[in-house]
Design a protein around this ligand. Structure first.
Ligand SMILES: Cc1ncc(COP(=O)(O)O)c(C=O)c1O
Length: 393
C-alpha cells in the first residue's frame, strides 16, 4: 500500500460515485455527448456576466509592477475593503476589511476556518441532506462531522441540532441555499438556532461557532432573500465564493468573513490567515482578487435558472415525481419511488440520464438533479424520466 489508509478508505467509500462518473464518460463516448443527459455535476452552465469579462481584461491590462507577486495571506487590503463595503449592506451591519479574508473558493474558506478552530476530536454538527465534502473537510483537520436530520421539507430541525450538541461541539455548519435540496433557512429559524447555541455555550463557558456556507446566496427565486447570518448570531462566520453566482468555479476565488461582534475575532482572523498560508493556499489568486473587487454584487441572470427549475419541476411533477420546489441554488432533490436510490439512479442511467443518489448526501430515498444545464437537456430528458417512473410506480 503506497497511500495513507484513510485516503484509501475515502477512495473506496466514494468509489460508486466515481464509477457513475466513469460510466457517464463511457456513455458519452458510446452514444455521443448530446444524447446523454448529464445532471450529475454542480458546474454552472451559464456564462459569467459581461462585467466579469470586462473587469478581467482591465485587470490584465492595468496590472502594475509586482501585482502578480505575494501579498498578505489574507489578501489585498483594497479588495477586502471593497468586499467589506458590500457585506456591510448585505449583512446590515458595518464590516471592516480586517474581518474579511480572501480564499481559494468556498472550499478553501471552509478548510481555513476548520483548520483554525478544531482541536483533535472536536465535533462539527451539520444538517443532512448536505454537501458531501464536509465530512472530508472536518477529517482534514482531525475533527468529526456529526450529521443531524432536517425536517421533511429540508428546513432546520432545531431539536435535532440541540440534541446533538456535546461538550466536544465546536461549530454548527449550515448551507443555505442548500446543496442538494435548494432549501433556504428562515431568519426566525436561524435566530432560534443562535439562541440554542448561546444557551449551550453559556452553560459550559465556551463558544460554539455557526459557520454559514453560502456560495448560492444570490441564486434565489420567487423574491426570497437569504437572511443575514450576522444578524442572527454573534459567533458566526461566513464562507462563500464567486463560483456559482458568477459562474467561475475553476478560478478558485472566494472569501470568509467573521462577524464583527464575535468575541475573539482577532484570534480567529490571525489563526485563519495563518491557516490560509500553512494549508498551502498561501493567498487567494491575485488576478481574481483584483477582478472581483470591482464587480461586487454581480451575478449571472438568475431568471435563466428560474426557467430551468420550472421546466424541470413542471415536467417531473407531470410524470408523478414528488419533491420540494427549491427556492434557491440549482438542484432538485426528488423522492425515489423505491427505497433503493442507487438502483433508481442506475435505472435512469439506462435511459442515459445521469443524476446522483441521495445516499451520497446523507439523504437515502432521494436523488439529486443539478439543473445548471441547457434547457434542451431538461426537455429531452423528460420522456426518459417518465419511462423510469412508470416502471416503478
Ligand atoms: C455547498 C457547497 N459548499 C462549497 C462548495 C465549494 O465551492 P467552491 O467551488 O467555491 O470552493 C460547493 C461546490 O459545489 C457547494 O455546493
Amino acid at each position: 500500500m503506497t497511500i495513507a489508509k484513510h485516503i484509501s478508505e475515502i477512495l473506496s467509500k466514494s468509489s460508486w460515485i466515481r464509477k457513475m462518473f466513469e460510466e457517464g464518460t463511457f456513455l458519452k463516448a458510446e452514444h455521443g455527448a448530446e444524447k446523454v443527459f448529464d445532471f450529475s455535476l454542480g458546474n454552472p452552465n451559464l456564462e459569467p456576466p459581461p462585467e466579469f469579462k470586462t473587469a478581467l481584461q482591465r485587470a490584465v491590462l492595468t496590472a502594475g509592477t509586482g501585482e502578480h507577486g505575494y501579498m498578505p495571506n489574507a489578501g489585498y487590503v483594497h479588495v477586502r475593503q471593497a468586499l467589506a463595503d458590500y457585506l456591510s449592506v448585505e449583512q446590515q451591519r458595518p464590516v471592516t476589511a480586517k474581518e474579511v479574508i480572501m480564499t481559494c473558493g468556498a472550499a478553501g474558506a471552509l478548510n481555513v476556518i476548520l483548520k483554525a478552530i478544531l482541536d483533535p476530536g472536536d465535533e462539527i454538527i451539520s444538517p443532512v441532506p448536505g454537501f458531501v465534502e464536509y465530512a472530508f473537510y472536518a477529517g482534514n483537520h482531525n475533527g468529526i462531522l456529526k450529521t443531524v436530520p432536517t425536517r421533511p421539507d429540508f428546513t432546520l430541525d432545531l431539536d435535532a441540532v440541540s440534541a446533538a450538541i456535546t461538550p466536544k461541539t465546536k461549530a454548527v455548519l449550515i448551507n443555505s441555499p442548500n446543496n442538494p435540496t435548494g432549501q433556504i433557512y428562515s431568519e426566525e429559524s436561524l435566530k432560534d438556532l443562535g439562541k440554542i447555541l448561546n444557551g449551550k455555550a453559556n452553560r459550559s463557558d465556551r463558544i460554539i461557532y455557526l459557520i454559514s456556507d453560502e456560495p448560492y446566496r444570490k441564486i434565489v427565486f420567487d423574491g426570497i432573500k437569504v437572511p443575514s447570518i450576522f444578524n442572527c448570531y454573534a459567533e458566526s462566520i461566513i464562507a462563500s465564493s464567486y463560483s456559482k453566482d458568477i459562474s467561475i468555479p475553476g478560478e478558485r476565488i472566494g472569501f470568509l468573513a467573521v462577524n464583527p461582534a464575535a468575541a475573539f475575532k482577532e484570534d480567529l482572523l490571525s489563526g485563519m490567515a495563518l491557516a490560509n498560508r500553512i494549508l498551502g493556499f498561501v493567498n487567494a489568486p491575485a488576478l481574481m482578487q483584483r477582478v472581483v473587487a470591482s464587480i461586487q454584487g454581480a451575478s449571472v441572470d438568475v431568471s435563466a435558472y428560474v426557467r430551468k427549475r420550472d421546466l424541470l419541476c413542471d415536467g417531473l411533477s407531470d410524470c408523478g415525481y414528488e419533491f420540494v420546489k427549491p427556492p434557491g441554488a440549482f438542484y432538485l432533490f426528488p423522492k425515489t419511488p423505491i427505497p433503493d436510490d442507487v438502483r433508481f439512479v442506475q435505472a435512469l442511467q439506462e435511459e442515459l440520464i445521469l443524476t446522483v443518489p441521495g445516499s451520497g448526501f446523507g439523504g437515502p430515498g432521494y436523488f439529486r438533479i443539478a439543473f445548471c444545464v441547457d434547457d434542451n437537456t431538461i426537455i429531452n430528458a423528460l420522456p426518459g424520466f417518465r419511462r423510469v417512473m412508470q416502471k416503478y410506480k
